[in-house]
Design a protein around this ligand. Structure first.
Ligand code: SF4
Length: 436
């Protein structure tokens, strides 16, 4: 079946506006208080199995998604969420660190400013586009640097915040002015219409910054002396049974709650040191990612075919192949993105390498978003061999002590992918290039 073009950039599933895709409707949920009890996670998983196809996801922005719903089951799932005592975030997305207020390493707790912005933006409901977002970064163990935002506040010192609107240069403001200035920017965006983003404002366009953020994995100290523990499901997805097993592990470890977090992670809080060890072992047995050294930690992949009707390739099914091939190169300086079309849902920000399905093949973008893909140059059937060859060629040419980021900048990986040079130089020809 020919993939249908993805919905326009700027549209995403939401709690009250699920989106149709290949395996039914997707509903996105962000708990308004940023956390779930183990019982709520277990209940959500059971509802996903009963009312959807059982698949759940944690997105790059730390949202939960339930897949495979129908027009009839959506309201039942919404009711189930409310019956579990989960209050969904509605309206403007304002993201703060999931550990804000309990992270001893943060410069400031962004929750107060976030609450002021949410309250002040109420009159803009219906006037701002659904994807307009705000990030309030107080620093600390959980980086929000990888999250694109129309309006960004970053704590720069005691009582000081740097405000960035779109891609304009940052302005440093006293805390007393930060929320009002952020709201003024939102009013300006709303004045341009619901299709507008901050980059449409005068002086706020230009090239988006391509920040990388390490996923918050493993032990994280908390202010009360307990531990948080960050973990992820492979490529952010799992079935209801896996989420129920995680809920059981949270209960067994005596966790207070679990918090959806950036970079497709979840963070359990309130653990003792001994409980954290046992919890980590249980998660590892479930196939979860528990340490930054896991090559899957920096690989994003959307659901792909057949789950998404816009997919050109089975992205998530191919993702383990990509992670395994690039494992020797994953030194924490690069991120990989496998996107089944140019929309790039799983990693909206630029990735070090974005492999993009299109027109029966796979294109490669270096240091850019999936939308930057120009043409496919590798056949889908050859993808495993092609990524193996590319990774082997890159590894063979890495200078002692060179980071993978520096290596990619030096070797033009998109060029290697496009012209098949890596195969000729390696004396092999097991990858077919459309250009050849
Ligand atoms: S990026 Fe993936 S999930 Fe998003 S629309 Fe394209 S195929 Fe679907």
């Amino acid at each position: 079946m020919t993939p249908i073009p993805p919905t326009r950039r700027g549209a995403c599933p939401a709690f009250l506006a699920p989106m149709e895709t290949g395996d039914g409707l997707i509903l996105r949920l962000v708990p308004a208080d940023g956390r779930l009890s183990p019982a709520q996670l277990r209940g959500l998983a059971a509802a996903a199995r009963r009312l959807g196809n059982g698949m759940m996801e944690v997105t790059a922005r730390g949202s939960l998604q339930v897949r495979g719903l129908t027009a009839e089951s959506v309201p039942l799932l919404q009711d189930a969420v409310l019956a579990l005592g989960i209050t969904p975030r509605l309206g403007l997305a304002v993201d703060v660190s999931p550990l804000g207020g309990i992270d001893p390493s943060e410069s400031a707790d962004g929750h107060k400013l976030a609450a002021e912005i949410i309250a002040g933006a109420q009159p803009l409901a219906g006037k701002l586009g659904p994807k307009v977002s705000v990030v309030v970064e107080g620093g600390g163990a959980v980086s929000l640097a990888g999250q694109k935002a129309d309006v960004r506040l970053v704590a720069t010192g005691p009582g000081q915040w740097a405000l960035t609107v779109g891609n304009a240069p940052a302005r440093v403001l006293p805390e007393a002015d930060a929320a009002a200035e952020a709201l003024a920017a939102l009013v300006s965006i709303a004045a341009l219409g619901r299709a507008a983003r901050a980059a449409d404002l005068p002086g706020c366009g230009g090239r988006a910054r391509g920040a990388e953020a390490a996923p918050p994995l493993g032990r994280l100290p908390l202010a009360d002396g307990t531990l948080a523990f960050g973990f992820g499901l492979p490529f952010g997805a799992g079935d209801a049974a896996q989420f129920e097993a995680i809920a059981d592990a949270l209960d067994a470890a005596g966790a207070r709650d679990v918090r959806p977090a950036p970079e497709r992670t979840l963070i359990a809080t309130g653990l003792s040191a001994g409980a954290a060890d046992v919890f980590a072992a249980r998660l590892a047995a479930l196939g979860c990612i528990t340490a930054v050294g896991d090559p899957r930690a920096r690989v994003a992949a959307c659901a792909g075919a057949p789950a998404c009707a816009s997919a050109h390739i089975p992205a998530r099914a191919l993702a383990p192949v990509l992670a395994e091939a690039f494992a020797p190169l994953m030194d924490g300086t690069v991120s990989l993105h496998l996107s089944a079309c140019t929309k790039g849902c799983a990693h909206p920000a630029p990735a070090s390498l974005a492999f993009v399905g299109m027109d029966g093949g796979v294109a490669l973008v270096h240091d850019g978003p999936a939308s930057g893909a120009a043409r496919p140059v590798r056949l889908v059937a050859d993808f495993p061999a092609a990524v193996a060859s590319l990774a082997a060629t890159l590894a063979a040419r890495r200078a002692p002590g060179e980071t993978t980021r520096a290596l990619l900048a030096r070797l033009d990986p998109a060029g290697l992918w496009a012209d098949g040079a890596m195969n000729r130089r390696a004396g092999k020809d097991h990858v077919t290039s459309r250009a050849e």
